[in-house]
Design a protein around this ligand. Sequence first.
Ligand code: ZN
Length: 505
Amino acid sequence: MSGLGRVHSVGLNAFAADVIEIQANISNGLPGFTVSGSADTSLREAKDRVRAAIGNSGAKFPEKKIVVALAPANLPKSGAGFDLPMAISVLIATGQAQTPLLGETVLIGELALDGRVRPVRGVLPLLLGARDAGFRRAVVPIGNVREAALVDGLDIGGADSLSDVVAWLAGDRVLDTVSDTGEAPASTPIPDMTDVVGQPAARHALEVAAAGAHHVLMTGPPGIGKTMLACRLPGILPPLGHDESLEVTAIHSVAGTLPAHRPLIETPPFIAPHHSASITSLLGGGTGLAKPGAVSRAHRGVLFLDECAEMGAKVLDALRQPLEDGVVRVSRRDGTASYPARFQLILAANPCPCAPVNDVDCVCTSIVRRRYLGKLSGPLMDRVDIRVQMEPPGNSALMTEQGEPTDVVGARVAQARAAAQERWREHGWLTNAEVPGSELRRRYRLAADAMRPIESFLGQGRITARGADRALRLAWTLADLRGTQRPDVDDVTQALLYRDRGTGR
Ligand SMILES: [Zn+2]
Protein backbone atom coordinates (compact mmCIF):
# COMPACT_ATOMS: atom_id res chain seq x y z
CA MET A 1 0.00 0.00 0.00
CA SER A 2 1.21 3.52 -0.67
CA GLY A 3 -0.46 6.93 -0.60
CA LEU A 4 -0.18 10.65 -0.50
CA GLY A 5 -1.93 13.15 1.79
CA ARG A 6 -1.81 16.90 1.36
CA VAL A 7 -3.15 19.62 3.70
CA HIS A 8 -2.51 23.28 4.36
CA SER A 9 -1.49 25.07 7.51
CA VAL A 10 0.01 28.43 8.46
CA GLY A 11 3.26 29.12 10.26
CA LEU A 12 4.56 32.23 12.01
CA ASN A 13 7.80 33.80 10.93
CA ALA A 14 8.20 36.49 13.58
CA PHE A 15 5.05 38.56 13.04
CA ALA A 16 4.33 37.41 9.47
CA ALA A 17 2.28 34.32 8.59
CA ASP A 18 3.38 31.90 5.86
CA VAL A 19 1.13 29.32 4.24
CA ILE A 20 2.73 25.92 4.66
CA GLU A 21 1.82 22.87 2.61
CA ILE A 22 2.14 19.57 4.43
CA GLN A 23 2.50 16.38 2.43
CA ALA A 24 2.62 12.88 3.82
CA ASN A 25 3.98 10.13 1.62
CA ILE A 26 3.52 6.52 2.67
CA SER A 27 5.43 3.79 0.89
CA ASN A 28 6.53 0.23 1.39
CA GLY A 29 9.98 0.17 2.82
CA LEU A 30 11.69 0.08 6.13
CA PRO A 31 9.08 1.39 8.65
CA GLY A 32 10.00 4.83 9.89
CA PHE A 33 8.72 8.38 10.33
CA THR A 34 10.70 11.29 8.90
CA VAL A 35 9.84 14.99 8.88
CA SER A 36 11.61 17.13 6.32
CA GLY A 37 11.61 20.82 5.45
CA SER A 38 13.66 23.02 7.78
CA ALA A 39 11.96 21.66 10.87
CA ASP A 40 13.38 22.71 14.24
CA THR A 41 13.53 20.57 17.38
CA SER A 42 9.97 21.35 18.44
CA LEU A 43 8.80 19.92 15.12
CA ARG A 44 10.87 16.77 15.49
CA GLU A 45 9.10 16.16 18.81
CA ALA A 46 5.87 16.47 16.87
CA LYS A 47 6.48 13.00 15.44
CA ASP A 48 5.95 11.37 18.83
CA ARG A 49 2.81 13.40 19.48
CA VAL A 50 1.38 12.63 16.03
CA ARG A 51 2.09 8.93 16.34
CA ALA A 52 0.55 8.65 19.82
CA ALA A 53 -2.45 10.87 19.01
CA ILE A 54 -3.33 8.79 15.94
CA GLY A 55 -3.02 5.55 17.90
CA ASN A 56 -5.18 6.91 20.74
CA SER A 57 -7.89 8.24 18.43
CA GLY A 58 -9.08 4.89 17.18
CA ALA A 59 -7.10 5.16 13.95
CA LYS A 60 -4.13 3.07 12.93
CA PHE A 61 -0.62 4.41 12.69
CA PRO A 62 0.86 2.72 9.61
CA GLU A 63 3.90 0.47 10.03
CA LYS A 64 5.34 1.78 6.75
CA LYS A 65 7.90 4.24 5.52
CA ILE A 66 6.35 7.65 6.23
CA VAL A 67 7.83 10.93 5.05
CA VAL A 68 6.09 14.19 6.00
CA ALA A 69 7.40 17.21 4.11
CA LEU A 70 6.68 20.83 5.00
CA ALA A 71 6.94 23.23 2.08
CA PRO A 72 8.35 25.68 1.18
CA ALA A 73 11.40 24.05 2.74
CA ASN A 74 13.44 27.25 3.03
CA LEU A 75 11.05 28.95 5.51
CA PRO A 76 11.80 28.53 9.21
CA LYS A 77 9.08 26.54 10.97
CA SER A 78 8.61 26.15 14.65
CA GLY A 79 5.94 25.64 17.24
CA ALA A 80 3.51 22.81 17.75
CA GLY A 81 0.72 24.10 15.49
CA PHE A 82 1.66 21.69 12.69
CA ASP A 83 0.79 18.56 14.74
CA LEU A 84 -2.85 18.48 13.65
CA PRO A 85 -2.22 19.01 9.90
CA MET A 86 0.61 16.46 9.99
CA ALA A 87 -1.65 13.86 11.60
CA ILE A 88 -4.45 14.53 9.12
CA SER A 89 -2.02 14.26 6.19
CA VAL A 90 -0.91 10.83 7.44
CA LEU A 91 -4.55 9.73 7.89
CA ILE A 92 -5.39 10.87 4.36
CA ALA A 93 -2.38 9.09 2.92
CA THR A 94 -3.55 5.87 4.59
CA GLY A 95 -7.16 6.30 3.53
CA GLN A 96 -8.39 6.92 7.10
CA ALA A 97 -9.58 10.48 6.47
CA GLN A 98 -11.41 12.16 3.63
CA THR A 99 -10.48 15.22 1.66
CA PRO A 100 -13.53 17.01 0.13
CA LEU A 101 -13.76 19.58 2.96
CA LEU A 102 -10.07 20.36 2.92
CA GLY A 103 -10.08 22.69 -0.06
CA GLU A 104 -9.66 26.32 1.05
CA THR A 105 -9.08 25.11 4.62
CA VAL A 106 -6.10 25.56 6.91
CA LEU A 107 -5.53 23.34 9.94
CA ILE A 108 -3.76 24.50 13.09
CA GLY A 109 -3.31 22.72 16.41
CA GLU A 110 -1.01 20.99 18.83
CA LEU A 111 -1.83 17.38 19.68
CA ALA A 112 -1.71 15.87 23.13
CA LEU A 113 -0.64 12.23 23.27
CA ASP A 114 -4.25 11.16 23.90
CA GLY A 115 -5.44 12.91 20.73
CA ARG A 116 -6.83 16.12 22.26
CA VAL A 117 -6.17 19.34 20.33
CA ARG A 118 -4.34 21.92 22.43
CA PRO A 119 -4.34 25.71 21.93
CA VAL A 120 -1.35 27.36 20.28
CA ARG A 121 0.18 30.84 20.27
CA GLY A 122 -0.34 33.32 17.44
CA VAL A 123 -3.72 32.16 16.10
CA LEU A 124 -4.85 35.70 15.23
CA PRO A 125 -1.86 36.67 13.03
CA LEU A 126 -1.84 33.12 11.58
CA LEU A 127 -5.45 33.36 10.46
CA LEU A 128 -5.12 36.93 9.18
CA GLY A 129 -2.33 35.56 6.97
CA ALA A 130 -4.43 32.58 5.86
CA ARG A 131 -7.36 34.81 4.95
CA ASP A 132 -5.13 37.18 3.00
CA ALA A 133 -3.71 34.18 1.13
CA GLY A 134 -7.25 33.29 -0.03
CA PHE A 135 -8.32 30.59 2.41
CA ARG A 136 -11.98 30.49 3.43
CA ARG A 137 -12.02 28.14 6.40
CA ALA A 138 -9.85 27.29 9.39
CA VAL A 139 -9.88 24.43 11.84
CA VAL A 140 -8.31 25.54 15.12
CA PRO A 141 -8.06 24.20 18.69
CA ILE A 142 -11.32 24.73 20.59
CA GLY A 143 -9.38 26.83 23.11
CA ASN A 144 -8.48 29.32 20.37
CA VAL A 145 -11.98 29.68 18.88
CA ARG A 146 -12.81 33.03 20.47
CA GLU A 147 -9.56 34.52 19.25
CA ALA A 148 -10.02 32.99 15.78
CA ALA A 149 -13.49 34.53 15.55
CA LEU A 150 -11.89 38.00 15.51
CA VAL A 151 -10.89 37.38 11.89
CA ASP A 152 -13.61 38.51 9.50
CA GLY A 153 -14.18 36.46 6.37
CA LEU A 154 -13.11 33.03 7.61
CA ASP A 155 -15.36 30.14 8.67
CA ILE A 156 -13.95 28.88 11.94
CA GLY A 157 -14.32 25.40 13.36
CA GLY A 158 -13.04 24.51 16.81
CA ALA A 159 -11.70 21.01 17.34
CA ASP A 160 -11.50 19.31 20.71
CA SER A 161 -9.71 16.21 19.46
CA LEU A 162 -8.15 14.63 16.40
CA SER A 163 -11.15 12.31 16.06
CA ASP A 164 -13.44 15.40 15.95
CA VAL A 165 -11.59 16.57 12.85
CA VAL A 166 -11.73 13.11 11.24
CA ALA A 167 -15.48 12.92 11.91
CA TRP A 168 -15.94 16.41 10.47
CA LEU A 169 -14.01 15.47 7.32
CA ALA A 170 -16.26 12.43 6.93
CA GLY A 171 -19.34 14.67 7.22
CA ASP A 172 -20.38 12.97 10.45
CA ARG A 173 -20.32 16.06 12.68
CA VAL A 174 -19.96 19.81 12.66
CA LEU A 175 -17.20 21.58 14.49
CA ASP A 176 -17.95 23.97 17.36
CA THR A 177 -17.99 27.66 16.59
CA VAL A 178 -17.92 28.75 20.22
CA SER A 179 -15.89 27.38 23.06
CA ASP A 180 -17.64 25.99 26.11
CA THR A 181 -15.30 27.78 28.50
CA GLY A 182 -18.31 29.59 29.89
CA GLU A 183 -19.28 33.23 29.98
CA ALA A 184 -16.53 35.78 29.83
CA PRO A 185 -15.75 37.17 33.28
CA ALA A 186 -15.79 40.94 33.60
CA SER A 187 -12.43 42.41 32.71
CA THR A 188 -10.44 43.96 35.52
CA PRO A 189 -11.21 47.68 35.40
CA ILE A 190 -8.38 50.18 35.23
CA PRO A 191 -8.13 51.90 38.65
CA ASP A 192 -9.45 55.47 38.84
CA MET A 193 -7.43 58.68 39.13
CA THR A 194 -9.69 59.82 41.94
CA ASP A 195 -7.94 57.37 44.31
CA VAL A 196 -4.71 59.36 44.00
CA VAL A 197 -4.68 61.89 46.81
CA GLY A 198 -2.57 65.04 46.51
CA GLN A 199 0.33 65.04 44.06
CA PRO A 200 -1.16 67.75 41.83
CA ALA A 201 2.12 68.26 39.93
CA ALA A 202 2.53 64.57 39.16
CA ARG A 203 -1.12 64.22 38.20
CA HIS A 204 -0.79 67.12 35.79
CA ALA A 205 2.45 65.70 34.38
CA LEU A 206 0.66 62.44 33.66
CA GLU A 207 -2.18 64.28 31.94
CA VAL A 208 0.28 66.16 29.72
CA ALA A 209 2.09 62.92 28.97
CA ALA A 210 -1.17 61.25 27.97
CA ALA A 211 -2.19 64.17 25.76
CA GLY A 212 0.98 64.14 23.69
CA ALA A 213 2.30 60.57 24.18
CA HIS A 214 5.40 61.84 25.98
CA HIS A 215 7.78 59.79 28.14
CA VAL A 216 7.94 60.50 31.87
CA LEU A 217 10.34 60.06 34.79
CA MET A 218 8.90 60.26 38.31
CA THR A 219 11.28 60.46 41.25
CA GLY A 220 10.34 60.38 44.89
CA PRO A 221 10.54 58.26 48.04
CA PRO A 222 8.97 54.80 48.12
CA GLY A 223 5.25 54.58 48.79
CA ILE A 224 4.52 58.04 47.49
CA GLY A 225 2.22 56.82 44.72
CA LYS A 226 4.45 56.54 41.64
CA THR A 227 3.10 53.10 40.75
CA MET A 228 -0.41 54.12 41.69
CA LEU A 229 -0.27 57.00 39.23
CA ALA A 230 1.48 55.08 36.45
CA CYS A 231 -1.05 52.24 36.38
CA ARG A 232 -3.86 54.79 36.01
CA LEU A 233 -2.36 56.20 32.81
CA PRO A 234 -4.08 53.70 30.46
CA GLY A 235 -7.42 54.93 31.83
CA ILE A 236 -6.87 58.50 30.63
CA LEU A 237 -5.47 57.40 27.25
CA PRO A 238 -7.95 57.12 24.37
CA PRO A 239 -9.20 53.54 23.82
CA LEU A 240 -7.59 51.64 20.95
CA GLY A 241 -9.18 51.89 17.50
CA HIS A 242 -10.25 48.71 15.67
CA ASP A 243 -7.00 48.23 13.73
CA GLU A 244 -4.89 49.07 16.77
CA SER A 245 -6.87 46.54 18.82
CA LEU A 246 -6.20 43.79 16.30
CA GLU A 247 -2.51 44.71 16.11
CA VAL A 248 -2.06 44.72 19.90
CA THR A 249 -4.08 41.51 20.24
CA ALA A 250 -1.93 39.80 17.60
CA ILE A 251 1.24 40.64 19.54
CA HIS A 252 -0.20 39.24 22.78
CA SER A 253 -1.37 36.19 20.86
CA VAL A 254 2.18 35.48 19.70
CA ALA A 255 3.49 36.22 23.21
CA GLY A 256 0.97 33.76 24.66
CA THR A 257 -0.41 36.40 27.05
CA LEU A 258 -3.92 36.66 25.63
CA PRO A 259 -6.72 35.85 28.09
CA ALA A 260 -8.75 33.00 26.53
CA HIS A 261 -12.06 34.48 27.64
CA ARG A 262 -11.61 37.98 26.33
CA PRO A 263 -9.36 37.81 23.33
CA LEU A 264 -9.70 41.33 21.91
CA ILE A 265 -7.53 43.91 23.70
CA GLU A 266 -9.34 47.25 23.46
CA THR A 267 -7.57 49.37 26.06
CA PRO A 268 -3.92 50.44 25.93
CA PRO A 269 -1.86 47.71 27.60
CA PHE A 270 0.06 48.44 30.81
CA ILE A 271 3.25 46.39 31.06
CA ALA A 272 5.43 46.63 34.16
CA PRO A 273 8.51 44.39 34.05
CA HIS A 274 10.56 43.98 37.24
CA HIS A 275 13.80 45.96 37.52
CA SER A 276 15.73 42.69 37.37
CA ALA A 277 14.29 41.90 33.91
CA SER A 278 16.79 40.70 31.32
CA ILE A 279 17.36 42.33 27.96
CA THR A 280 15.71 39.30 26.31
CA SER A 281 12.56 39.59 28.40
CA LEU A 282 12.39 43.32 27.69
CA LEU A 283 13.14 43.26 23.97
CA GLY A 284 12.02 39.73 23.08
CA GLY A 285 13.74 36.65 21.72
CA GLY A 286 14.25 33.03 22.61
CA THR A 287 14.70 29.91 20.55
CA GLY A 288 12.26 28.83 17.87
CA LEU A 289 9.42 31.31 17.48
CA ALA A 290 10.93 34.44 19.08
CA LYS A 291 8.63 35.74 21.80
CA PRO A 292 7.75 39.43 21.78
CA GLY A 293 9.27 41.18 24.79
CA ALA A 294 7.83 43.73 27.21
CA VAL A 295 8.45 46.61 24.77
CA SER A 296 6.20 44.90 22.20
CA ARG A 297 3.56 43.79 24.70
CA ALA A 298 3.41 47.49 25.66
CA HIS A 299 2.86 48.46 22.00
CA ARG A 300 0.25 51.28 21.82
CA GLY A 301 0.23 51.33 25.60
CA VAL A 302 2.44 51.98 28.59
CA LEU A 303 5.79 50.46 29.57
CA PHE A 304 6.33 51.18 33.27
CA LEU A 305 9.79 50.64 34.72
CA ASP A 306 9.65 51.01 38.49
CA GLU A 307 12.94 51.49 40.38
CA CYS A 308 14.61 51.98 37.04
CA ALA A 309 17.84 53.22 38.66
CA GLU A 310 18.27 49.63 39.85
CA MET A 311 18.31 48.38 36.27
CA GLY A 312 21.59 47.69 34.54
CA ALA A 313 22.97 50.44 32.32
CA LYS A 314 23.03 47.96 29.42
CA VAL A 315 19.36 47.13 29.91
CA LEU A 316 18.35 50.80 29.98
CA ASP A 317 20.51 51.48 26.96
CA ALA A 318 18.83 48.67 25.01
CA LEU A 319 15.57 50.64 25.16
CA ARG A 320 16.95 53.39 22.95
CA GLN A 321 16.55 51.55 19.66
CA PRO A 322 12.84 50.67 20.05
CA LEU A 323 12.14 54.12 21.53
CA GLU A 324 13.64 55.70 18.45
CA ASP A 325 12.15 53.40 15.80
CA GLY A 326 8.83 52.20 17.23
CA VAL A 327 9.95 48.71 16.19
CA VAL A 328 12.23 46.26 17.95
CA ARG A 329 14.62 43.98 16.12
CA VAL A 330 15.23 40.69 17.87
CA SER A 331 18.08 38.44 16.81
CA ARG A 332 17.33 34.76 16.39
CA ARG A 333 19.22 31.70 15.27
CA ASP A 334 17.94 32.23 11.73
CA GLY A 335 18.31 35.98 11.34
CA THR A 336 16.32 38.78 12.95
CA ALA A 337 12.64 39.20 13.72
CA SER A 338 10.89 42.56 13.96
CA TYR A 339 8.00 43.32 16.29
CA PRO A 340 6.10 46.60 16.69
CA ALA A 341 7.14 48.49 19.85
CA ARG A 342 5.61 51.98 19.94
CA PHE A 343 5.02 52.53 23.64
CA GLN A 344 4.90 55.32 26.15
CA LEU A 345 7.71 54.96 28.67
CA ILE A 346 7.06 55.77 32.32
CA LEU A 347 10.12 55.54 34.54
CA ALA A 348 10.04 55.72 38.32
CA ALA A 349 13.00 55.99 40.66
CA ASN A 350 13.77 56.49 44.30
CA PRO A 351 16.02 59.50 44.89
CA CYS A 352 18.82 57.34 46.35
CA PRO A 353 19.74 53.69 47.08
CA CYS A 354 18.70 53.72 50.78
CA ALA A 355 15.27 55.12 49.83
CA PRO A 356 13.88 56.29 53.17
CA VAL A 357 10.25 57.37 53.37
CA ASN A 358 11.38 60.80 54.53
CA ASP A 359 14.29 62.20 52.59
CA VAL A 360 15.88 63.69 55.76
CA ASP A 361 16.54 60.14 56.98
CA CYS A 362 18.77 59.38 53.99
CA VAL A 363 22.13 57.89 54.96
CA CYS A 364 23.70 58.07 51.48
CA THR A 365 26.66 60.32 50.77
CA SER A 366 26.14 63.07 48.24
CA ILE A 367 28.39 61.25 45.77
CA VAL A 368 26.27 58.09 46.05
CA ARG A 369 23.11 60.11 45.59
CA ARG A 370 24.43 61.87 42.52
CA ARG A 371 25.73 58.65 40.97
CA TYR A 372 22.42 56.85 41.60
CA LEU A 373 20.28 59.07 39.44
CA GLY A 374 23.29 59.92 37.28
CA LYS A 375 22.81 56.48 35.76
CA LEU A 376 19.62 57.89 34.31
CA SER A 377 21.35 60.58 32.35
CA GLY A 378 22.63 60.57 28.82
CA PRO A 379 20.95 59.32 25.68
CA LEU A 380 18.02 57.50 27.28
CA MET A 381 17.05 60.45 29.49
CA ASP A 382 17.36 62.77 26.54
CA ARG A 383 14.26 61.01 25.24
CA VAL A 384 12.28 61.60 28.44
CA ASP A 385 10.29 64.81 28.03
CA ILE A 386 8.70 65.13 31.45
CA ARG A 387 10.46 64.79 34.79
CA VAL A 388 8.57 65.19 37.98
CA GLN A 389 9.78 65.12 41.57
CA MET A 390 7.17 63.89 44.02
CA GLU A 391 7.09 64.96 47.67
CA PRO A 392 5.05 63.38 50.47
CA PRO A 393 1.69 65.14 50.73
CA GLY A 394 0.96 66.91 54.00
CA ASN A 395 -1.42 65.09 56.35
CA SER A 396 -4.16 67.61 55.63
CA ALA A 397 -4.02 66.72 51.95
CA LEU A 398 -4.63 63.08 52.82
CA MET A 399 -7.78 63.99 54.68
CA THR A 400 -9.36 66.50 52.32
CA GLU A 401 -8.02 66.55 48.80
CA GLN A 402 -9.83 64.28 46.41
CA GLY A 403 -8.33 63.90 42.97
CA GLU A 404 -10.31 64.40 39.79
CA PRO A 405 -11.76 61.15 38.42
CA THR A 406 -10.36 59.40 35.35
CA ASP A 407 -13.24 60.34 33.04
CA VAL A 408 -12.79 64.08 33.70
CA VAL A 409 -9.04 63.98 33.08
CA GLY A 410 -9.53 61.61 30.15
CA ALA A 411 -11.98 64.02 28.51
CA ARG A 412 -9.37 66.82 28.53
CA VAL A 413 -6.78 64.41 27.13
CA ALA A 414 -9.17 63.36 24.37
CA GLN A 415 -9.84 66.99 23.48
CA ALA A 416 -6.12 67.82 23.28
CA ARG A 417 -5.46 64.71 21.22
CA ALA A 418 -8.27 65.58 18.83
CA ALA A 419 -6.80 69.07 18.32
CA ALA A 420 -3.37 67.59 17.56
CA GLN A 421 -4.81 64.96 15.24
CA GLU A 422 -6.73 67.60 13.35
CA ARG A 423 -3.64 69.80 12.95
CA TRP A 424 -1.41 66.93 11.73
CA ARG A 425 -4.14 65.24 9.68
CA GLU A 426 -2.56 65.85 6.28
CA HIS A 427 0.65 64.17 7.53
CA GLY A 428 -1.05 61.25 9.25
CA TRP A 429 0.58 61.84 12.66
CA LEU A 430 -1.68 60.92 15.56
CA THR A 431 0.21 62.54 18.44
CA ASN A 432 2.66 65.40 18.94
CA ALA A 433 5.31 62.85 19.90
CA GLU A 434 5.34 61.56 16.31
CA VAL A 435 6.04 64.89 14.60
CA PRO A 436 9.53 64.97 13.03
CA GLY A 437 11.87 67.61 14.45
CA SER A 438 12.58 69.05 11.01
CA GLU A 439 8.89 69.96 10.60
CA LEU A 440 8.80 71.61 14.03
CA ARG A 441 11.79 73.74 13.10
CA ARG A 442 10.61 74.75 9.61
CA ARG A 443 7.00 74.55 8.57
CA TYR A 444 5.62 74.69 12.10
CA ARG A 445 8.29 76.99 13.48
CA LEU A 446 7.10 79.08 16.42
CA ALA A 447 7.25 82.87 16.57
CA ALA A 448 10.68 84.33 17.39
CA ASP A 449 9.77 85.31 20.97
CA ALA A 450 8.40 81.81 21.72
CA MET A 451 11.63 80.26 20.39
CA ARG A 452 13.88 82.49 22.52
CA PRO A 453 13.99 80.28 25.68
CA ILE A 454 14.96 77.25 23.60
CA GLU A 455 17.68 79.15 21.79
CA SER A 456 19.05 80.37 25.07
CA PHE A 457 19.08 76.81 26.52
CA LEU A 458 20.85 75.58 23.37
CA GLY A 459 23.35 78.43 23.60
CA GLN A 460 24.17 77.54 27.21
CA GLY A 461 24.52 73.86 26.37
CA ARG A 462 21.67 73.03 28.78
CA ILE A 463 19.83 71.04 26.11
CA THR A 464 20.80 68.91 23.11
CA ALA A 465 19.41 69.46 19.62
CA ARG A 466 17.22 66.39 20.12
CA GLY A 467 16.14 67.72 23.49
CA ALA A 468 15.17 71.01 21.86
CA ASP A 469 12.93 69.20 19.37
CA ARG A 470 11.36 67.22 22.17
CA ALA A 471 10.70 70.37 24.19
CA LEU A 472 8.94 71.84 21.14
CA ARG A 473 6.69 68.79 20.88
CA LEU A 474 5.84 69.13 24.56
CA ALA A 475 5.07 72.84 24.09
CA TRP A 476 2.55 71.91 21.38
CA THR A 477 0.89 69.50 23.81
CA LEU A 478 0.67 72.18 26.51
CA ALA A 479 -0.96 74.51 23.96
CA ASP A 480 -3.41 71.76 22.93
CA LEU A 481 -4.40 71.25 26.57
CA ARG A 482 -4.96 75.01 26.95
CA GLY A 483 -7.06 74.97 23.80
CA THR A 484 -4.95 77.51 21.91
CA GLN A 485 -3.80 77.36 18.31
CA ARG A 486 -0.05 77.70 18.86
CA PRO A 487 2.40 77.43 21.76
CA ASP A 488 3.49 80.75 23.21
CA VAL A 489 6.58 81.63 25.21
CA ASP A 490 4.98 80.34 28.43
CA ASP A 491 4.29 76.92 26.92
CA VAL A 492 7.88 76.71 25.71
CA THR A 493 9.28 77.79 29.08
CA GLN A 494 7.03 75.30 30.85
CA ALA A 495 8.16 72.53 28.49
CA LEU A 496 11.82 73.31 29.20
CA LEU A 497 11.12 73.24 32.95
CA TYR A 498 9.49 69.82 32.61
CA ARG A 499 12.68 68.49 30.98
CA ASP A 500 15.05 70.11 33.41
CA ARG A 501 13.92 68.86 36.77
CA GLY A 502 13.39 65.65 38.63
CA THR A 503 16.84 64.09 38.51
CA GLY A 504 17.86 65.69 41.77
CA ARG A 505 20.02 68.40 40.27
ZN1 ZN B 1 19.77 57.55 50.68
